[in-house]
Design a protein around this ligand. Structure first.
Ligand code: VGL
Ligand code: ZN
Length: 241
């Protein structure tokens, strides 16, 4: 290809939207090749969210082999852990007369109340033993302020307190995030939405997630994500996975 041809090719592919800001090539029917500006975010694949844990997500363990395989396609991987204090404000047990899966108003807004889960340092809060991510570069813990929940890996539920993740990713030149893990309709969705808010391209790899689906929360989460430009893909859309 000479220069003119190359320029024409680049112009036409840009017009077709084949290249994202990540420089990842993605045409209809073609696979996405995550480059050095993409990161795989593995959200909360912890014992608490898997059968035998304190807040099990249906089919939660099924994401583990999918994520292990996806990992080989990514140069950058960040892992998150839900990491609550004992008696955390998101626990129903911390509020007299409240039951898990009800909602209350806290000073920062509505809060779903959960069973006690993912308490710092417990086996329940550990990453699932079959998750194999030796190349992961950062583990970010969230929800560790006693009075504030944090579904998102970027920003706590008060919508003011940053976890520092956006700064870390930007400092490393990351442009695109691919979100996986648990649960689709809470920590995965909030993380993907906040990634968009922070200016990243965002994908959710659906078959690498499982949902809690509380009162229609899963459909609502997909609707919100779609409205904000979060792209919904499958692991088979990623090259090599
Ligand atoms: C989560 C509910 C409470 C999640 C965390 O990881 O999706 N859900 N804490
Ligand atoms: Zn939690």
């Amino acid at each position: 290809m000479n220069d003119t041809h190359r320029r024409r090719f680049l112009q036409s592919t840009a017009a077709l939207g084949l290249f994202g800001a990540s420089g990842a090539l993605f045409a209809a029917g073609a696979k996405i090749k995550p480059g050095d500006k993409a990161v795989l975010i593995v959200v909360d694949v912890q014992n608490c969210f898997i059968d035998g844990g304190t807040l099990p997500v249906k089919g939660g363990a099924d994401v583990v082999p999918v994520i292990n395989q996806l990992a080989a396609s990514f140069q950058n991987i960040v892992v998150t852990q839900d990491w609550h204090t004992q008696g955390h404000a998101s626990f129903a047990s911390a509020h007299a007369g409240q039951k898990p899966f009800s909602s209350i108003k806290l000073n920062y807004g509505n809060q779903v109340l959960w069973p006690d889960h993912c308490v710092q340092g417990t086996d329940d809060a550990a990453l699932h033993k079959d998750l194999k991510l030796p190349t992961a570069q950062l583990i970010i813990r969230k929800g560790f302020h006693a009075d504030v929940d944090s579904y998102s890996a970027f920003e706590e539920a008060d919508r003011k307190t940053s976890t520092g993740l956006a700064g870390y990713l930007k400092a490393r030149g990351i442009k695109t995030v691919f979100v996986t893990g648990l649960a689709t309709d809470f920590c995965v969705a909030w993380t993907a939405l906040d990634a968009r808010k922070a200016g990243f391209d965002a994908y959710v790899i659906e078959d690498a997630t499982r949902a809690i689906d509380l009162n229609g929360s899963l459909a609502a989460a997909w609707k919100q994500m779609s409205a904000k430009g979060v792209k919904r893909i499958q692991s088979a859309d990623i090259q090599g996975a």
